[in-house]
Design a protein around this ligand. Structure first.
Ligand code: IPT
Length: 986
């Protein structure tokens, strides 16, 4: 097929398309949609490796037998065509703008649709919600037009090209076009008609585009709903109506292209209470319906205000992504996301990094989410070209005059489509495209076109050398992954400042994120810190069916054999690809809980409840349940359901708390929803606080001289100790027990080991190289001296040893004292000295392998979620009963998981461990090596034993997969330490 090469010409972005307009489907006078959704399974489809291979399929006489069928919307890669590819920054084709590879895969689509006699009299439009990357359209063999910008709609007027009866729609979609340079988003690269296609009928005269604004007079308690008709075809009479549910508040005719309503005592829109009015624009033959939330957005003294009240965005970045359909997302899918988000207290979404489906912002207005609505714009691949840099080529498209119109086009399409959605509070020019003239102009256009919203663009920080930038049109100081230190520095600067937002932070990849609470403290501390958006909502993967062992297979970058790819960097969500929550979601949920409690007077039992909501009083909305537990046993509980505190205010409650004792008392307050919301139910758990009522003092684990007195013998390799029932062997070279038997049965299935390593988490992806350089992944023990003594039936072994790796000096020097009694209980005290020239350690502890069948677990520590020193917002201190398989967190790329932090005791099978100080433990069916080497969860093979790690300490998990380095306070980098544990076998 011979095509005009619009797809390599940034001067021709669209051919035959209608002007941009806000998103709506027109209704007839009976308020029925005057449009037909052409999506369905009856599209014919042919896939071709290049344009030249495509037959003249748009022609009437084309033999369609050559074509198969395809469902629209779909991404052809998800249906077995072409190549699946996940790449982040690097372009999947040579960097030669505006040219794209000659072998440019194509999808040819044919769809027949019927036009009735009455429809034939109307104006007819084809409305494509989204096609990746560009497409040519023919009706009945006649060329209609061309368009691009994958995630923005394109509309064609096809009146005069159709006929009564059957019509043939032919669409040729190309995988790449000049626009692909501006769609370098971090995602699987997918192609095709991936959003709905509508056939819209309209009268001869109609309103095409309009803008609604809602200024509020707060002092006078009135608002105005103002309508501006931006584009009208013909001169129809336009009657505007404003409805409050079923009540008509007002009616007026638009004059000179505008109309306005005054609303007394308006119910204002906000994400907590998303109240909407309904605006109807009636022309003699058509009705347009627009939901209207009345709200304002402003900045005062560096603080972002909605309806003149300070707000905090507790957000996520969200892609349209499904493991089953790729970039195709249904309303049901989206509603599912929104429901889990609401349940998790999330109130804001950044549509990273392109406009989501056009109905998505409407759902957000309806269900209450603030949006950073982002243009379909990302070109960070400029930085990875040969000789490229963030100072230079990163801003290639921000500067290149050939792409000025493209940048503007993308920004305009984003704004105009969603301008009437109350949910949108920030416009974003795009993501990571550097800075330069093209963005400055686009930014000025936005501020001029829509002064009612704020403008965001993070990449302003990357400006090419030699360009004197103007960032005056940007309203917020946006950063991604800024460290807590950098944020403190920003607020420490004197003078006026823009509000600060983290458009991306808390990188939720794999086991993590571990730094949530540190950021939350800052968000609440600084009025000007309006919040942040976790990167990101969901893991991206493709579902590939089940493995032989029955496990579901989710694939990430590289699994399809593509080049380049970015491995599992797409697996960085708060939920798994199929939306099962990751532990990170629970962490984020409790960090952004609606109430934060403070134990202000321990003696009098006064607790201050801070209402962290921005708009709702606690009254009639939240109740709490308190429980006091002693050593995990419930002592007292009750419900307080008469809470009352203004948003950002507080109230004090008083509870009778037990006097301070040595016992481990905890008070837990759990918050529940009292009133039904649109997406959440009465009784929904919203979060909790917990307080230790006793000081967490060290407790020496009781070790007595009991049981049958031991005997002690020695071989060249080991000390052998035992009695009638027991036989233990302590390896002189291992500095540890190599055999533990009772009644002739092995208590451990392998020698006990000193352990410093963990299966690297995704967040360890940088530090793991440093750890490997230090040899932590391959360390061995060297024993210098080992002595055993028998006194009164008890054996004491002292041992001096170090830990080091081949060709590297020891990083730990240790002195251990082991004591064993006749019951087989083992007490160990270790003095450790760490060589501080070495990096911080993943962990330090003892590793046991116990028989496979011993699966029961009980522990007193942070649970029930996976917990680490920097990741325990979702967990609380209690006694938990579980099993080894249940402790496993099945990350798609296996890694360290399922640890429990701050434990006083743990029992796994017959092994009980107690610490003088709280410790961490894992119990897993998989070895550390297995978790470290397998690429997918479904490849994991069981160890044949239960691997129990008891750790003096384990370093935190952080979010360094993309975020800053692990904060110093969460690194295990002590120079000297003492650890005391007691182990016994039942
Ligand atoms: C940043 C991107 O904006 C986002 O799309 C995603 O790639 C994320 O990181 C990583 O998962 S870019 C990064 C280089 C700061």
């Amino acid at each position: 097929m011979i095509l005009e090469k619009f797809y390599e010409n940034p001067e021709t972005l669209h051919v035959g398309t209608e002007e941009n307009r806000c998103f709506y489907m027109p209704l007839d006078l009976q308020e029925k949609e005057n449009a037909r959704n052409l999506s369905g399974i009856d599209w014919k489809f042919g896939y071709f490796p290049c344009v030249e291979a495509v037959p003249e399929f748009q022609r009437k006489d084309f033999d369609e037998e050559q074509f198969g069928r395809i469902e629209v919307p779909s991404c052809w890669q998800m249906l077995g065509f072409d190549q699946k590819q996940y790449t982040n920054v690097r372009y999947p084709f040579p960097f030669d703008p505006p040219y794209v590879p000659d072998n440019n895969p194509c999808g040819a689509y044919i769809k027949y649709f019927d036009i009735s006699r009455s429809e034939a009299k109307e104006e007819q439009f084809l409305y494509f919600e989204g096609v990746d990357s560009c497409f040519y359209v023919w009706i009945n063999g006649k060329f209609v037009g061309y368009s691009q910008v994958s995630h923005s709609p394109s509309e064609f007027n096809i009146t005069g090209k159709t006929k009564t009866g059957m019509n043939k729609l032919a669409v040729l979609v190309l995988k790449w076009c000049d626009g692909s340079y501006l769609e370098d988003q971090d995602k699987f690269r997918m192609s095709g008609i991936f959003r709905d296609v509508h056939l819209i009928f309209r009268p001869k005269e109609y309103v095409r585009d309009f803008t609604v604004t809602t200024p509020v007079d707060f002092a006078g308690n009135t608002a105005r709903v103002e309508v501006k008709l931006d584009s009208v075809v013909g001169e129809p009479q336009v009657i505007c109506e404003l409805w409050d549910k079923d009540t008509l508040l007002g009616e007026c005719e638009a004059k000179d292209g505008s109309a306005a309503f005054s609303v007394k005592d308006p119910v204002l829109w906000n994400a907590e209470e998303p109240y909407q009015y309904t605006l109807k624009l009636r022309t003699p033959e058509e009705i347009l319906v627009q939901k209207v939330g009345i709200r304002t957005i402003s900045i005062k003294d560096g603080v972002v205000l909605i309806n003149e009240r300070p707000v905090k965005f507790k957000g996520v970045n969200r892609h349209d992504s499904s493991p089953y359909t790729g970039a195709v997302v249904s309303r049901v899918d989206a509603m599912f996301d929104l429901r889990i988000m609401k349940e998790a207290n999330i109130n804001a979404i950044r549509t990273s990094h392109y406009p989501n489906a056009p109905w998505f912002p409407q759902l957000c207005s309806e269900y209450g989410f603030y949006l950073i609505a982002e243009a379909d714009m990302e070109s960070h691949g400029g930085a990875t070209v040969y000789g490229g840099s963030t100072e230079g080529t990163f801003s290639y498209f921000a500067e290149d005059p050939r792409f000025k119109a493209s940048v503007m086009d993308r920004v305009q399409r984003n704004v105009i489509r969603d301008k009437n959605c109350s949910s949108v509070i920030f416009w974003s020019l795009g993501n990571e495209s550097g800075y330069g003239t093209n963005f400055e102009e686009a930014g000025r256009w936005v501020k001029n076109y829509d002064p009612t919203r704020l403008l965001h663009y993070e990449s302003v920080h990357f400006e090419p050398a030699g360009h004197k930038k103007d960032e005056s049109m940007l309203d917020v100081e946006s950063h991604m992954y800024a460290s807590t230190q950098m944020i403190d520095e920003y607020f420490a600067q004197p003078g006026e400042k823009k509000p600060f937002v983290q458009c991306e932070f808390i990188h939720a990849m794999g086991n993590g994120p571990g730094d949530i609470e540190d950021y939350m403290q800052q968000i609440y501390k600084y009025d000007g810190f309006c919040g942040g958006f976790v990167w990101e909502w969901c893991d991206h993967a493709t579902y590939e069916g089940r493995a032989e062992n029955g496990k579901e297979m989710f694939h990430y970058g590289g699994d399809a054999g593509e080049f380049p790819h970015d491995g599992n960097f797409c697996m960085d969500g708060l939920v798994y690809p199929d939306r099962r929550p990751h532990e990170g979601l629970y962490e984020w949920k409790n960090a952004i809980r609606p109430i934060r409690a403070e134990l202000t007077d321990r003696k009098k039992g006064i607790i201050r409840l801070h209402n962290k909501l921005d708009f709702r009083n606690l009254k009639d909305y939240i109740y709490l349940r308190y429980e006091i537990k002693k050593n995990g046993v419930l002592m007292e509980e009750g419900i307080l359901d008469e809470l009352e505190a203004e948003p950002h205010g507080f109230m004090d409650i008083t509870l009778k708390l037990p006097a301070k004792t040595e016992e481990r008392y905890y008070l837990k307050l759990t918050y529940y929803q009292k009133a039904k919301d649109k997406l959440t139910q009465v009784g929904h758990e919203m979060g909790f606080d917990q307080f230790a009522l006793s000081e967490e003092k060290e407790k020496e684990p009781a070790f007595e001289n009991k049981g049958e007195p031991l005997t002690l013998t020695e071989t060249p390799e080991a000390f052998c100790l035992g009695n009638e029932f027991l036989h233990y062997e302590f390896g002189k070279k291992e500095g540890n027990f190599i055999k533990l038997e009772r009644h002739g049965e092995a208590l451990v299935t392998a020698p006990v080991e000193w352990n410093v390593y963990r299966a690297p988490t995704d967040n360890d992806r940088n530090i793991v190289n440093v750890w490997k350089e230090a040899g932590y992944d391959r360390s061995v023990v060297k024993v210098y001296g080992c002595e055993a003594k028998l006194r009164q039936g008890i054996v004491t072994i002292t041992c001096d040893f170090s830990i080091a790796a081949v060709f590297i000096q020891p990083f730990l020097r240790l002195h251990a004292v082991w004591t064993v009694n006749g019951d087989g209980e083992i007490r160990v005290t270790v003095d450790g000295k760490r060589d501080t020239a070495f990096p911080f350690l993943p962990r330090f502890g003892l590793k046991f392998c116990i028989p496979e069948k011993q699966q029961e677990v009980a522990y007193f520590g942070y649970g029930p979620h996976e917990s680490y020193c920097d990741k325990h917002q979702a967990s609380y201190m209690d006694v938990f009963h579980t099993t080894v398989p249940e402790l496993h967190r099945d990350y798609v790329r296996p890694q360290e998981n399922g640890s429990h932090y701050n434990c006083f005791t743990v029992k796994v099978g017959n092994l009980t461990a107690r610490g003088r100080k709280p410790f961490s433990f894992n119990a897993s069916e998989y070895t550390i090596e297995e978790l470290a080497t397998k690429k997918h969860n479904y490849e994991l093979e069981k160890a044949g034993c239960v691997v129990v790690c008891t750790d003096y300490k384990q370093s935190g998990v952080g979010s360094n997969s993309c975020g800053p380095q692990l904060l110093p306070q969460y690194r295990f980098d002590e120079e000297e330490f003492v650890w005391e544990m007691l182990y016994c076998f039942e």
